[in-house]
Ligand binder design. Structure first.
Ligand code: HEM
Length: 182
């Protein structure tokens, strides 16, 4: 059935869906009050859970790329679907953390400050860009348009790796300078 959807309609629908997802995230993260349960033990474990999910995504994307370079198509497909699932789970846990805890202010001074904000800002920008890239790459795979799949995937995987690795870095830097406990 997906084979019948034209590229134009698919890309337009994916852009609209991505705008809805990103719009919801921006509203959820920046447009509302937090709940005030920041000290709950469950909330305190979420930063480590989020960092681990980013690490898992990184591993699945790298293994998925190794698989396709050896023409192991089923393993490639499975790894990329697992990478998508761990990214989606990360997003859910990230939203939960934001719901209960809100923003974590960065107190570090000196050279680490511009370094941290460079990583954070580029992480945020690329995490927005990766949403339509992942949807489009998956759509072209699911509709068996593998030439298009390859063309988009060459952008998707480096951006995706950048997002997940910088997610880990943000956690590690914050852990050095703040009281996140996990
Ligand atoms: C967003 C997730 C995905 C990413 C980032 C991704 C990435 C890639 C990349 C980079 C290549 C090109 C390798 C090369 O240069 O030869 C590729 C090829 C391929 N991918 Fe994926 N992939 C994803 C999901 C999937 C899924 C779910 C399937 C399941 C059908 C799949 C099936 C294939 C196939 C069959 C090829 C080989 C195409 C050909 O050589 O003609 N991919 N993928």
């Amino acid at each position: 059935m997906l084979e019948k959807v034209s590229d134009r309609v698919a890309v337009r629908s994916i852009l609209i869906l991505s705008a809805v997802v990103v719009g919801f995230l921006v509203w959820f993260i920046y447009g509302r009050q937090t709940s005030g349960y920041a000290d709950h033990a469950f909330v305190e474990t979420l930063p480590l859970v989020n960092c681990s999910l980013n690490a898992l995504t990184t591993v699945f994307v790298v293994i998925g790329l190794l698989c396709i370079s050896k023409r192991k198509l089923r393993a490639h497909s499975a790894c990329m679907i697992l990478a998508t699932a761990s990214s989606a789970l990360f997003l859910l846990c990230y939203l939960l953390y934001h719901y209960f805890h809100g923003d974590t202010k960065f107190p570090g001074q000196g050279l680490i400050r511009p370094v941290y904000f460079f990583i954070l800002i580029t992480h945020i920008i690329t995490s927005i860009a990766v949403v339509p890239l992942i949807f489009t790459t998956l759509f072209f795979a699911a509709s068996k348009r593998f030439q298009n799949h390859k063309a988009v995937a060459r952008w998707t995987y480096p951006v995706w790796l950048y997002v997940s690795v910088t997610g880990i870095l943000v956690y590690l830097i914050l852990k050095q300078y703040t009281t996140i406990t996990a």
